[in-house]
Design a protein around this ligand. Structure first.
Ligand code: SF4
Length: 506
């Protein structure tokens, strides 16, 4: 009787979900694991992305764990992803790639509990196994008037018995899904929509008028509050990260997490004990992340290290950081890290001149080292480069300092009158971090797109030439020997003027 009413309702009202209708046990399994502790609306996009990357159990088994975690990034409860991965390997190794069909075999896979085993077995293989999730527990406790704590093992068994009795011999998967849908859309927590419920004629809670009080659950223990300092340690434009070994967030990449460090001083001491010597820069903000059993109350600090040597973890660039799987708990810290690692370009002020000139001198020497004598290179001191920069300023050129993690690490000089990018130098320690690209993009905005733009570059500087070519510059005929004996040639490059649409004045 219950199943007849329920399935008739389901045929008309079932939810249209991206993972519905798949008879493939792999897809059902992935969706059921994702749906644990995650809202249905959130799962859709992750499910599509996961299947695009790992279309079947063998693709998942062969993937590196880090790729699986990266794909899972943002969904939380990462042990689910690690277990999916381990279970896929087990299916390949112990079952020859064939998906297990019984509840017992499924239950033996890592991360598969009673609920998931029953859901996959019933939906994919028609096994009559009730999938007792929160929805089924709520609906069945109301319908059958179960008025004891549903967390008690004896009460759980009672509800399971009811579900077994109610389950039809056919359409077992639909029966489970129908109860899930009814619980999600009609027999919802709090006040249910009894007027539109197909089970109203059978429902004890409806008759007794106590649906809002069911199911009965003992109050949960409040989660443990934990104070955490999150140290963003930068060095030469990179940031320190480590891969978690602890059970919570295992395998994911995080910044330095220092439990019970109440301020920057304690955080610095805690870093020292981990072999990282870094100077405190500033406090960046606070963040809070709630897990099931604990809450992280985080304060994010910026530290600067002098050296990238460390006993554990490693320093990564912004691009590398973006490719690593990072948990949602680190979202606020990650945003600060992105800001720290993104280049900034500001007009050069006297206070920044020594650092900018130092970067200029180091970079100039590196790019000319192959062709110039030691004595000639030694002439290019930071003081001389500072004079050169002052000279550009005196000529009315735009002189800018390039900053990364708050440090001046390069210079950019543009001449708006000549529409020319005159100089672009980035300290060798900070090259390959996207600063040059950001500076060229910035220069293009300052110059006039409607005229040819000019830049002069050393012919041997292949990295710079690649950069300018990426921004539309091409070589023009002129090649100027700076010093023919040492094969030091410069070439002029232009970025042809951009056609702009001119509106006719009526
Ligand atoms: S009648 Fe109301 S309380 Fe009973 S199952 Fe339906 S929605 Fe839930």
């Amino acid at each position: 009787m219950l199943s007849t009413l329920l399935l008739a309702w389901y045929d008309e009202h079932k939810r249209s979900l991206p993972f519905r209708g798949a008879g493939d046990p792999y897809r059902i399994w992935v969706s059921e694991i994702m749906l644990q502790q995650t809202r249905t609306e959130t799962v859709g996009a992750y499910y599509q992305r996961f299947l695009a990357q790992f279309p079947d159990v063998s693709a998942l088994a062969e993937a590196p764990e880090e790729a699986v975690l990266k794909c899972w990034e943002g969904l939380g409860y990462y042990s689910r992803a690690r277990n999916l991965h381990r279970a896929a390997k087990e299916i390949m190794e112990k079952h020859g790639g064939a998906f297990p069909r019984t509840v017992e075999e499924l239950r033996a896979l890592p991360g598969v509990g009673d609920y998931t085993a029953a859901a996959v077995a019933s939906i994919a293989f028609g096994v009559p196994a009730p999938a007792m999730d929160g929805n089924l527990t709520r609906v069945l406790s109301r319908v059958h008037g179960v008025r004891q704590d549903v967390g008690q093992p004896s009460v759980k068994r009672e509800l399971l018995n009811w579900a077994r009795q109610d389950m039809p011999k056919v359409r077992c998967g639909d029966f489970n899904q129908a109860l899930m849908d009814l619980g999600a859309t009609v027999c919802v927590p709090g006040t249910p929509e009894c007027d539109s419920c197909p089970l109203r004629p059978l429902c004890s809670a409806y008759r007794e008028g106590d649906a809002e009080d069911l199911p009965i659950k003992a109050a949960a223990k409040p989660p443990q509050e934990i104070q955490l300092a999150v140290a963003l340690i930068t060095c030469r434009g990179r940031i320190w990260m480590t891969q978690r070994k602890e059970a919570l967030l295992k395998g994911l990449w995080v910044y330095a997490l220092l439990e019970d460090a109440k301020g920057p001083k304690e955080a610095q001491e805690a870093l020292k004990s981990r072999g990282i010597h870094a100077a405190f820069q500033k406090e960046l903000g606070a963040a809070r992340h709630v897990f099931t059993h604990r809450v992280w109350n985080m304060t994010v600090y910026h530290f600067q290290a002098d050296t990238m040597s460390c006993r554990e973890g490693r320093f990564v660039s912004l691009a590398e950081m973006r490719a690593l799987p990072i948990p949602t708990a680190m979202r606020a810290a990650r945003e600060h890290a992105v800001r720290l690692l993104s280049p900034e370009i500001r007009p050069l002020k006297e206070a920044a001149l020594p650092a900018a000139a130092q970067a200029y001198a180091e970079s100039w020497k590196k790019s000319h080292a192959a062709h110039c004598t030691e004595a000639f290179l030694a002439l290019h001191t930071p003081e001389r480069m500072a004079d050169t920069l002052r000279g550009h300023q005196a000529k009315g050129r735009g002189v800018f300092a390039l900053y990364l993690t708050g440090k001046a690490v390069g210079v950019l000089v543009i001449d708006q009158a000549q529409n020319e990018l005159v100089s672009l130098y980035v300290h060798p320690d900070f090259q390959g971090l996207g600063i040059g690209g950001a500076a060229v993009a910035f220069a293009l905005k300052q110059l006039d797109e409607r005229r040819d733009m000019k830049v002069t570059v050393l012919q041997s500087n292949e990295a710079a030439i690649r950069l300018y070519e990426a921004y539309g510059f091409c070589r023009i005929a002129e090649i100027r020997p700076l010093d023919e004996a040492r094969k030091l040639f410069e070439e002029d490059r232009i970025r042809p003027r951009q056609e702009t649409e001119e509106k006719d004045e009526a």
